[in-house]
Design a protein around this ligand. Structure first.
Ligand code: AVJ
Ligand code: FE
Length: 441
């Protein structure tokens, strides 16, 4: 979007806003009012909270800040402030009802289109108006993915439908590791127009030799860990992970259930055998780490993950995506809720990185070994509450995006974070390891 004219940029923003709102509407129109106001899990907000929260943030950032317009509903700022009320308490709040919420977000959006028509989009400031619109698009898309996770937790008949991903090409390699030779690369970005504060600035990082799995860990791989007693043996688990396993009574990934000798899972209201060739999903950081220990490997650091995803050894440059700088297309990656599941490993050979690492973008978020922390030279914007207040050892970084992540909110520099115990997000992982001397010779 850097080389678009002001008019093209305006048009592009309008298209993205509309496309995103259609997704939010689809996620909230497929269930009745009772299901919208109900809490499906203490981990999640009622769907109707996410919907009006998206509108409230849009009102504050675009109508008031960018547009300089009068506040529409200052009385509800507090209700939809994520820092004021924990998710578990949100159903008890005097929230807008489903119809009021729909009207509210539509009224805000009308004003936003008016603001978009009148304000200059480009400025010299780091946080120009175009960025503010891009951030609002990404914010709504992030809540759409959260709402999709709420749908997965919801009990009852299926209401979401999508075709399965196409089968991977015949005979593609689906296992193995790729060696990434020692050297420095550019991590983060100072150029990507819609990159959020935590992805900035670009900086050089040295990374030692490492091997990384060419594909995410599959359900078939994970069956072997579970069936070998992985959840009964403390030696694979960190102390914190083992305490959590005992406390929560974990026996397998979330949504799995054993039936005779097969593992079944519930997926958006359908019960089906856990598919062997799909990336494992709905595991916590602790389960990912225990698996890696059992496999004689480790989780990649965040820098290793990004180098595997972006570094092009021929040019020495870091790319926007593993396949290059071009925006994601369906043949590159499973993004955007086109499908309601990750694709089997071996899918999207055209989406591989220069080193041959596959499915880094889309399918499942990937846990890394790294705590969420600022890059050197970090500057919080537009406000401290987007990233800065989360920096520290409580959160682990996830990379790459899931089948439910929209392309607008996904790139190889994008950083997600969550508590290491969380399993309701669409998260899996891949392993890495440090090569032995003999392997390097
Ligand atoms: C980046 C996904 C961790 O959902 O908590 C939404 C995104 N920030 N509203 C979250 C976000 C404010 C954030 N994550
Ligand atoms: Fe939010």
């Amino acid at each position: 979007i850097v080389d678009l004219s002001a008019e093209e940029l305006r048009e592009r923003v309008a298209v993205e806003l509309d496309r995103t709102r259609r997704r939010s509407a689809a996620l909230t129109d497929v269930v009745d009012d009772e299901e919208l106001v109900k809490q499906h899990s203490p981990l999640m907000s009622p769907l109707v909270w996410d919907l009006a929260h998206v509108g409230s943030q849009e009102e504050q950032w675009l109508v008031r800040d960018v547009g300089g317009r009068r506040a529409l509903r200052p009385d509800i700022d507090d209700l939809y402030d994520a820092f004021q009320h924990a998710r578990a308490e949100r159903p008890e709040l005097p929230l807008l009802g489903p119809e009021e919420s729909r009207q509210y977000v539509a009224t805000v959006r009308d004003k936003v289109h008016d603001v978009l028509d009148r304000v200059p989009l480009r400025g010299r400031r780091l946080v120009d108006n175009a960025f503010a619109f891009g951030m609002i698009v990404q914010h709504e898309q992030q809540h759409d993915e959260t709402m999709l996770a709420t749908h997965q937790l919801r009990r009852g008949d299926p209401v979401l439908h999508a075709p399965d991903p196409p089968a991977p090409p015949e005979g593609t390699e689906t296992s193995g590791e790729v060696l990434i030779p020692a050297g420095s690369f550019t991590m983060g970005t100072s150029e990507e127009p819609w990159a959020l504060d935590n992805e900035r600035p670009a900086h050089r990082v040295h990374v030692d030799d490492f091997l990384i799995d060419a594909h995410p860990v599959t359900n078939a791989d994970f069956f072997r860990f579970v069936d070998s007693g992985g959840y009964q043996q403390p030696r694979w688990w960190s102390e914190e992970g083992w305490r959590y396993l005992r406390h929560a009574g974990l026996e397998a990934p979330l949504f799995w259930r054993r039936s005779g000798d097969v593992w079944m899972r519930r997926r958006f209201g359908r019960v089906e055998p856990v598919p062997a060739r799909e990336p494992v999903m709905h595991v916590s950081f602790h389960e990912a780490l225990a698996y890696a220990n059992w496999a004689g490997k480790r989780l990649p650091t965040e820098a290793e993950w990004e180098k595997a995803a972006r570094f092009d050894p021929r040019s020495g440059r870091s790319r926007r995506y593993p396949w290059g700088d071009a925006a994601p297309e369906p043949h590159h990656a499973n993004l955007g809720q086109r499908h309601l599941r990750p694709a089997p490993v071996g899918s999207f050979p055209e989406g591989r990185s220069p080193a041959g690492v596959g499915q880094l973008i889309g399918d499942v978020w990937e846990w890394t070994a790294t705590d969420f922390a600022p890059y050197p030279g970090f500057e919080a914007f537009p406000y401290r509450e987007y990233s800065e207040v989360f920096f520290g050892p409580s959160y682990k970084v996830l990379r790459g995006g899931s089948f439910g992540t929209d392309p607008a909110a996904c790139r190889a520099t994008f950083r997600n974070w969550d508590f290491p115990v969380r399993r309701q997000i669409f998260a899996g992982f891949r392993c890495a390891r440090t090569p032995s001397r003999a392997e390097l010779d």
